[in-house]
Design a protein around this ligand. Structure first.
Ligand code: C5P
Length: 251
């Protein structure tokens, strides 16, 4: 299953709706950007603040939603959360690969069953491998004998075996995951920056949209380069233009 956007370049662009003010503020972003990006990412910050209403309101405005709640629990609980996500009508959601192969498999099966019951499309189910905030030393502290890069690839393969549709992979891991998991595996990549730097940026290993797409990413998650731009619509359109250049590199 690969639900890859291949029409407009902007379909590859996911805007991280990382805002915490009144819900009207979040929805103003949706209205401003809905014709310039392919999807809106609702993460822990906005879901904790607004609840399922934010998903309903984005969909009511014609937007698609990536629900980035990174479920990590016992298989039964994650399966129920997957069903609830499908009932909200999200296009994509994610779980933690470290929840195990059984948990991932049950999340996908539950999503498929819930989509059938609702007569809706099956969302893309992603796994998060190793948080990019964790380095080799952190993993050693947990008792892992491998590097973060090795664990990322191992977990990506495990996710694929469990029937998961793809992973969230940092810019530095895109090529390796693509090589190991094949063409049909979905890769979603944050840490995207255009040529214009953001002051005080905390993203260390970044790629431009063209680089990330050229290396094999399917969807790019972009927050602050659009959120903090003087002209956010222009910034999103610039990113889409760069994505188009990256798509040409892949042919
Ligand atoms: O503002 P920026 O473009 O850095 O936003 C990136 C989005 O992707 C944020 O919502 C952040 O939580 C998410 N993310 C990330 N790095 C990861 C995983 C997710 O920046 N490794």
């Amino acid at each position: 299953m690969k639900n890859i956007p291949n029409n407009a370049p902007r379909e590859h662009l996911i805007f991280a709706l990382d805002v915490a003010g009144e819900i009207e503020e979040a929805l103003a972003w949706v209205e401003r950007l809905r014709d310039h990006v392919g999807m809106f990412k609702v993460g822990k910050e906005s879901f904790a603040g607004y609840g399922p209403e934010i998903v309903r309101e984005i969909r009511a405005r014609g937007g698609k939603v990536f629900l980035d709640l990174k479920f990590h629990d016992i298989p039964h609980t994650v399966a129920r959360a997957a069903e609830a996500s499908v009932r909200m009508g999200v296009s994509m959601f994610n779980v933690h690969a470290l929840g195990g192969e059984k948990m991932m498999a049950e999340a996908v099966s539950a999503a498929v069953r819930a989509a059938r019951a609702a007569d809706s499309a099956v969302p893309i189910v992603l796994a998060v491998t190793v948080l990019t905030s964790l380095g080799d030393d952190d993993l050693k502290g947990f008792g892992f004998q491998c590097s973060a890069g090795e664990l990322t690839l191992h977990l990506a393969k495990m996710a694929k075996n469990a029937g998961i549709h793809g992973v969230v992979a940092s810019a530095r891991d895109v090529s390796a995951v693509r090589e190991v998991c094949g063409r049909d595996f979905v890769i979603v990549t944050p840490g995207i920056r255009s040529a214009t730097d953001i002051p005080g940026d905390d993203q260390k290993r970044t790629l431009t949209p063209a680089d990330a797409i050229g290396r094999g990413a399917d969807y790019l998650v972009v927050g602050r380069p659009i959120l903090l731009a003087q002209d956010p619509v222009h910034a999103a359109d610039d990113m889409a233009g760069d994505i188009a250049a990256g798509l040409l590199l892949r042919q």
